[in-house]
Design a protein around this ligand. Sequence first.
Ligand code: 5GP
Length: 176
Amino acid sequence: MEIKQEELKILYSEKEIQQKIEELALKLNDLYQDEEVTVICTLKGAVMFTTDLVRKFNFPVKMEFIRLSSYGSGTTSSGKVNAVDIKLPDLNGKNTLIIEDIIDTGLTAKFLIDFVNLNFHVKSLKFCSLLDKKISRKVDIHPDYYCFETDDKFVVGYGLDYDGYFRNLPYIAYKD
Ligand code: 5GP
């Protein structure tokens, strides 16, 4: 499949995304109150979502970045999670919030949750995703928070890429 920018149709506009992030930040501010939280941003896809979301937090935050890949340059999951860079500090006793761009098969989310629970005794662990493609799930994993539920379209924009392109779009789009 080849995707050209002029063929893209907007699924969620910049305004809709920012509105949802505002609502999510309110919930998380309410959840954590003044507690410190270590946010784990999964690169590269969750970068826009994470940076917009954390700027609305009013509790103390530390940010960590890890890099996983499961898609390569295609539009379907390879079914295998590749931990490109998963170095994390000591998370024992920490409130930990994982931020993902999209949960599709759920394999990446499961891998990450298992990784954190296996290596640390965190104080709390929450998982939030910008998009939830519930229909494609292969493992029984559900985000604690998500902004939009999508069907099985391959989407790009706002951090999500096709072959490295379109991450910079301020909206989320798809090709028919
Ligand atoms: P999962 O492990 O849940 O199958 O896939 C998670 C990862 O696959 C996401 O973090 C994302 O990088 C990629 N992915 C899943 N669905 C899409 C999609 O519709 N568009 C893009 N660009 N990436 C996707």
